[in-house]
Design a protein around this ligand. Sequence first.
Ligand SMILES: Cc1ncc(COP(=O)(O)O)c(C=O)c1O
Length: 376
Amino acid sequence: MTAAALPPFRLEHHFGKWEFRARYNVAASDAQTMTVAQLLELADDADRKAWDELALGYTQMEGDPELRARIAATYRGLDADDVVCFAGAEEGLWCALQATLGSGEHALVTTPNYQSMEAVVLSLGTATALPLRSERDWTLDLDAVRAAMRPQTRLIAVNFPNNPTGAVASHETFRALIDLAAERDAWFFSDEVYRGLERDPATRLPQAAELYERGISLGVMSKAYGLAGLRVGWIACRDRALLAKLMALKQYLSICNSGPAEILSRIALKAREHILSRVNGLIDANVRLLDAFFARHRDRFEWNAPPAACIAFPRYLGREGADAYCERLVEGHGILLVPSSIFASELATIPTDRFRIGFGRANLAEALDVWERTFS
Ligand SMILES: Cc1ncc(COP(=O)(O)O)c(C=O)c1O
């Protein structure tokens, strides 16, 4: 059983320790959430009735058919049978990597990354980094990607918009990566959980499952919709044999999703435009706050607003270093950040003088006031 080969999950451990103790979570990667009552206000009569009359038994293992149809409708050319739901993105990510990488096979993985993508790959086979480098504005060098391909490369795993940098590949780069996978009939796993949060909609990438039969798109209600508590994620892929393998794995894990969460996800997906425009409005306002905050503190931080998501990876210039700074800030002032050491990789050198900041929440102005007072 591969779980034994997995290292501690540093980011989730950090959140396990601090998320509900720190006064200001300025580290979160999900957008501002809403209450059940607020979400139900967006429901049409049919969904409201379904909610009121929902029986709390087991649910269909692949996910509620209507939910899968609504998810599929967010992809060009896919239908409900191309979608399987999971307990959050995390379970989908786990199952997809288990199902696509055989023992000893090779994968390419973007760095820096959300640790599970790299750790699960390394528990199964070998991997080479596709490094997003700060000096290249967190873009990929396609020549280096080509050079990293090996005869036994079976999987290319990417995450755009990227955690923790908020970087997005260009349309050309994304297609070139898929072409590289297609040349070898390799899988293309694309973690798209931050899709929908691009500052400029023209930079929004197509979804991997739309472009390639072996393209696997990972989506979730957690990030752009701000509904992490629903624990509803999904894999979209046109390869039905792969989806069957994922189902076989899910039967050892969550088995099926939570019925209440499925209906609430349906409601949110129907109100998609409304929710995304509210969230993106909040993020735009928060980016303006951060631009002003960091402009006032150029001596302490190096900041460039990222093109997407509600997370960024600025530099801390102070002599004590990012680890000690983040610890001092949370211990002394209740302000939670994520030091870049948490994003350490076995595949690439990740700068240690940075921290992840999250700016999808409604209380950012208040948090920045408190943070600013720590400088005086
Ligand atoms: C890139 C990425 N993928 C997957 C996940 C897991 O998402 P979830 O918490 O919805 O399972 C996260 C969570 O932070 C993430 O950043």
